[in-house]
Design a protein around this ligand. Structure first.
Ligand code: GRF
Length: 195
């Protein structure tokens, strides 16, 4: 029997792309980087690594045409024969067709210890709440934003005098170590037919 093909990983980005970089630096075979907007640093990182890029521009779609936007994203991922989708700072909420097309195969990293501080302002809200410990969560993404099954978590202490930036930097440092490990675990599960 021939060994199963290595799963093709697609990474969804919107911004600086440091988590994408961590995946690339770890040697995760990223087959596609898809951005929801042009001109972001993450696209430059992909290009520098020789990874194909696509932009499905959210401008003109959001907020009214989320379904159409999502279908366009799914089409691109299918065209590139993607098996596993890693969201890495992707800032557009995708509609149900995404999670039907890639059920159990969309993974996200979020900068808080879920279920605390869901949403786009997790670091800021953790600081405002005065918690002493926050962290990051890597979870299966579902249509219910920041609610999917948790795959990995790690705590990050809040330090005296932390700003949103300083705290987020320390959380990201943990994400950069943890995310490649989890993505590789999911790749293995797909190869073994377990996901
Ligand atoms: C990360 O902290 C991630 O958890 C959140 O957005 C940030 C993305 O950073 N969803 P980057 O674009 O990977 O640098």
């Amino acid at each position: 029997m021939s060994p199963p093909a290595v799963p093709r990983v697609g990474v969804l980005v919107s911004g600086s792309g440091t988590n994408l970089q961590a995946l690339l630096d770890d040697g995760v075979p990223v087959a596609l980087v898809l951005s929801d907007r042009p001109g972001v640093a993450a696209l430059e990182r992909a290009a520098a690594a020789g990874v194909p890029t696509e932009v499905v521009d959210r401008a003109g779609h959001l907020p009214d045409r989320r379904q159409v936007f999502t279908e366009a994203v799914v089409d691109v991922l299918r065209r590139h024969e993607i098996d596993l989708v890693a969201m890495a700072g992707f800032m557009t909420i995708l509609a149900k067709p995404m999670f039907d097309a890639f059920e159990g195969r969309v993974v996200n990293t979020h900068p808080s210890l879920l279920p605390a501080f869901r949403g786009a302002h997790a670091v800021e809200e953790a600081l405002e709440a005065g918690v002493k410990v926050t962290g990051c969560t890597i979870h299966v993404a579902t249509a219910d934003v920041d609610h999917g099954p948790i795959l990995a978590q790690e705590a990050v202490p809040v330090e005296e005098g932390d700003t949103v930036e300083s705290l987020h930097e320390r959380i990201k440092a943990v994400e950069h170590r943890l995310y490649p490990q989890v993505v590789r675990r999911l790749m293995r599960e797909i190869e073994e037919g377990a996901r």
